[in-house]
Design a protein around this ligand. Structure first.
Ligand code: UT7
Length: 367
């Protein structure tokens, strides 16, 4: 029997910090209100030249390094994002090219803040079925590029960042144990970005109407979130055949400390068993769960053999949970340096582009 283990992890956040005090100079708000109503103190914001793909690449290289895998070992790349580099091509393909993952299939997955759970589940299923051996799963967002900085009900919440996991096949029991995924499209308009899609293609009018910004009914999303977090956690644990007492860490979507506290109450679990870092990063949507996981692993909270539950909710509406046994890198003799592949990947990408131009000259365009 094949199991899908989480063997590598990495994160990348921009250096620029936007504090609540900074925000209070932009909109009518205060550090006190934001901390009190959300738990957020500051968030990271991308600078010039940083994009969803560039954050994803950084997080991916760290995850590959941790797992001791070459980019060329990866069979599948799934990038979960609601703020992709472009509508198409997929951001996952840009990552594939950038890191030199020559044999990987690559696609984006959009399930908003629940996306990372969906993506890890998809990768784990592919591994367990025997179809692939190694997968790279990324959650990456640049929400600051889609936020209306004049709307105090949304701009205080969101931040930018990326996290990535490497998943590997092994016959050692453990890894991803179960997952549940849910959706309710009737709530789609409670959290939406309307502009630039096929219903509202970009025009001067859509830009003037502010349709290219995130719109949210915060109270509605809050009520929905507090209802589903505990419920999804229980469902996935039941599927895995694990008791809540056997779980060391719950790693929730980092949207609002009050939502996490409600989940803790619903599960009758102390807050100390929830990984929380939203005070420093705000809500980074699909990147929030992997970033919180990476920090918990880095500071030694997460140990091999620990049982964890990832649980999240978001636009769609979507929600889900995933139970796993934390593994760490699989034993291997080799030491790899995925970053060294980047120069080679750049040359390869350049040569492929040149080849395409030469082929176009030889065969003629459109013939
Ligand atoms: O990944 C999923 C993404 N979304 C979420 O997770 C959002 C879930 N919802 C929430 O986190 C909360 O609903 C918010 C943080 C968005 C809002 O908090 P709230 O405690 O539900 O506030 P509210 O919307 O009920 O507003 C209360 C008051 C209002 O004033 P009045 O009408 O009582 O005079 C708002 O206008 O607070 C006002 N307000 C603010 N005041 C200062 C709203 N935003 C702000 C602000 N600063 N930034």
């Amino acid at each position: 029997m094949t199991f899908a283990h989480i063997t590598g992890w990495g994160m990348s956040v921009p250096e620029t910090i936007l504090t609540n005090d900074d925000l209070s100079k932009m909109v009518e708000t205060s550090d006190e209100w934001i901390r009190d109503r959300t738990g957020i103190r500051e968030r990271r914001i991308v600078g010039d030249g940083q994009t969803t793909a560039s954050l994803a690449v950084e997080a991916s290289l760290k995850a590959l390094q941790g797992a001791n895998l070459h980019p060329t070992d990866i069979d599948l790349i799934i990038c979960s994002t609601s703020t992709p580099e472009h509508i198409f091509p997929a951001t996952a393909c840009l990552v594939q090219d950038s890191i030199g993952a020559t044999k990987a299939g690559a696609f984006d997955l959009l399930a908003a803040c629940s996306g990372f759970i969906y993506a890890v589940n998809m990768a784990a299923q592919s591994i367990r079925s025997g179809a692939i051996q190694n997968a790279l799963v990324i959650g990456s967002e640049t929400l600051s590029r889609f936020v209306n900085w004049k709307d105090r009900s949304t701009c205080i919440l969101f931040g930018d960042g990326a996290g990535a996991f490497v998943l590997q096949a092994s016959d050692m029991p453990g890894g991803v144990l179960s997952a549940v995924m849910h959706s309710d499209g009737s709530g789609g308009d409670t959290l939406i970005l309307q502009g630039g899609g096929s219903k509202h293609p970009a025009t001067e009018a859509t830009v003037l109407e502010g349709k290219h910004y995130i719109e949210m009914d915060g109270n509605e999303v809050f009520r929905f979130a507090t209802r589903v977090m505990a419920q999804a956690t229980r469902e996935t644990l039941e599927m895995a055949g694990i008791e809540l007492d056997d779980v060391q860490w719950i790693i929730p979507h980092q949207a609002n400390i009050r939502i996490i506290a409600a989940a803790a109450r619903g599960l009758k679990m102390p807050m100390e068993r929830f990984v929380v870092n939203l005070d420093r990063y705000g809500n980074t949507s699909t990147a929030s769960i992997p970033i919180a996981t990476v920090e918990a692993a880095a500071d030694g909270r997460l140990k091999p053999g620990d049982r964890i539950v990832l649980v999240g909710f978001g636009a769609g509406l979507t929600w889900g949970a995933l139970a796993a046994e934390w593994t760490g890198p699989l034993p291997t003799e080799r030491k790899v340096y995925p970053r060294r592949y980047r120069a080679w990947a750049r040359i390869r990408s350049f040569l492929l582009r040149i080849t395409r131009v030469i082929e176009g000259l030889i065969w003629g365009r459109g013939s």
